[in-house]
Design a protein. Structure first.
Lengths: 405, 86
């Protein structure tokens, strides 16, 4: 069995366009949430969203490459470039080794809508253009990144709702641990365009605290009223310890545990038992007791029901341990398909810089969260092990444990 | 407006939109140059060529029409003939 380490990470999120900007925002407890008048005019119940600018890649990618890229593929490209750079993995190395890609993404709404609009108007599918199909498919990110970076290893997309990014790391971990791959690019990407989440907003799941955008995402707080959609991309290079040492690569941390489960119940309601099974599987695989976890990055999205279930699950598995917990979604909003990967990077930045980022807007606990040690203000602390939870629609649960090396 | 364009005006318009769409310097375009090589066209790019012709001149091209088009002059001739026929 191979040890699996993280040798590079890259991030493009509403907290910043690179690791340094994001680290500062996390430390300062800065929110990336805005109120979009465009969303309100379009018919959204809530105009709140995390905001990222679409990168202009004209100077670094060819027209052919850009034609096929969806919005989230562009975010993923920028994050991946940063990850490969800080993993010290250049194109020569990639060209001569089987580097894989397993990336989380679970929608690509804009390209689909635009294509159908053209077909309806022109009555001719050819007029959609050549890039649309490659922008429309769920595997838009893996298709684009694998061709741009000329990746030759495993290549597929993980679509698992809001646990997609987390499962992509888990699957890469398994493949490397079992010796099937030496290095895999994994991560998660999320679109934020106007049409991306109208149907999710329609469920009434989003916060409508529009008069205070930066205070709207308040996981575990008693007065929370819903999540705020957000997006961007987060990329990680997972590699066998042996390969990393051989290359002289920086070893940022080690992935030591991955747990997963399916609730097997309601399509949108969470389930405490499913979450507990995922948590326990990750701890068992890491072969550590719950007391060894120094920080928990909770999934908590700021919904009434979801946060309460997670608080109960964490309360049971970490009973009596007073383990520090925060949900960085209080700052980012819910980065959905990207969240499981970005939150590992956020936690890694905390581990590298000896602090716990705050669960901003946590002012008053409810019945379930009062039993937890929620960190509301930035706290200096050494982290040797952190745990990151991700749960998604359809009852998919994922838990990762990462260790300082 | 298109109906009143001269052949030279049509050629100028074609050169402008080809250079812009395929991101090449217009100075590389000459009547005898290869359309495929100059614009670096692959199979997918011909689909985009159909799209930009439709959006600039309002007529739809069939994929098989491209078979006989090798040079820019062939392309100009094709577009001019189509516009005149319309």
């Amino acid at each position: 069995m191979q040890r699996v380490v993280i040798t590079g990470v890259g991030i493009y999120s509403c907290l910043g366009k690179n690791l340094d900007e994001v680290k500062d925002a996390l430390f300062q407890g800065k929110s990336g949430v805005i109120l979009s008048s465009e969303r309100k005019a379009f018919g959204y119940r809530s105009g709140l969203t995390g905001w990222v600018d679409e990168p202009d890649l004209k100077d670094e990618l060819t027209r052919r490459q850009r034609m096929s890229m969806s919005e989230q593929s562009k975010y993923a490209y920028v994050a991946t470039k940063e990850a490969f750079q800080n993993a010290k993995m250049d194109q020569d190395y990639i060209d001569s080794h089987e580097v894989g890609i397993l990336y989380g993404n679970d929608s690509s709404a804009l390209a689909v809508v635009e294509a159908i609009d053209v077909i309806r108007e022109k009555k001719d599918t050819t007029l959609v253009g050549s890039g649309s199909i490659f922008q429309s498919m769920n595997c838009t990110v893996t298709m684009n990144l694998s061709t741009i970076f000329r990746l030759k290893g495993v290549n597929f997309t993980i679509s698992a709702a809001c646990a997609s990014g987390s499962h992509s790391i888990g699957m890469a971990y398994f493949l490397i641990q079992q010796g099937w791959q030496d290095a895999v690019l994994c991560g998660g990407a999320q679109e934020i365009n106007l049409v991306s989440f109208g149907n999710f907003d329609g469920l009434g799941a989003f916060s409508i605290r529009e008069d205070e955008p930066t205070k709207a995402s308040r996981p575990f707080d008693k007065s929370r009223d819903g999540l705020i959609p957000s997006g961007g991309a987060a990329s990680l290079i997972l590699e066998s310890y042996e390969s990393a040492v051989k290359r002289g690569a920086p070893i940022l941390a080690e992935v030591v545990g991955y747990g997963f489960s399916s609730n097997g119940e309601h399509i949108s309601n969470p389930n405490k038992d499913g979450q507990i099974r995922s948590l326990n599987m990750a701890l068992k695989q890491a072969d550590i007791q719950a007391k060894k976890i120094d920080y928990i990055n909770a999934h908590a999205t700021s919904t009434l029901v979801g946060d309460a279930f997670e608080a109960q699950a964490l309360g049971e598995v970490f009973a009596g341990l007073n383990t520090p917990i925060s949900s960085t979604k209080s700052m980012t909003g819910h980065e959905c398909w990207m969240a499981g990967a970005s939150e590992v990077i956020y936690s890694l930045l905390m581990m590298q810089n000896d602090f716990i980022a705050p669960n901003i807007n946590f002012e008053n606990p409810d019945e379930a969260s009062e039993k937890l040690n929620i960190i509301a203000k930035t706290k200096e602390q050494k982290i040797d092990h952190f745990l990151s939870n991700s749960f998604g629609f359809g009852g998919t649960n994922s838990t990762l444990i990462v260790k300082r090396v | 407006m298109i109906m009143t364009m001269t052949d030279d005006q049509i050629i100028e318009k074609v050169n402008i939109f080809l250079a812009e769409e395929f991101e090449i310097n217009q100075s590389l375009i000459s009547p005898s140059a290869s359309l495929k090589d100059t614009l670096d066209l692959d199979s997918l790019d011909y689909v985009d060529l159909v799209v930009i012709i439709e959006s600039n001149f309002g007529f739809k091209v069939k994929g098989e029409d491209f078979v006989g088009i090798k040079t820019f002059q062939d392309f100009y001739n094709y577009v001019i003939a189509k516009l005149n026929a319309n």
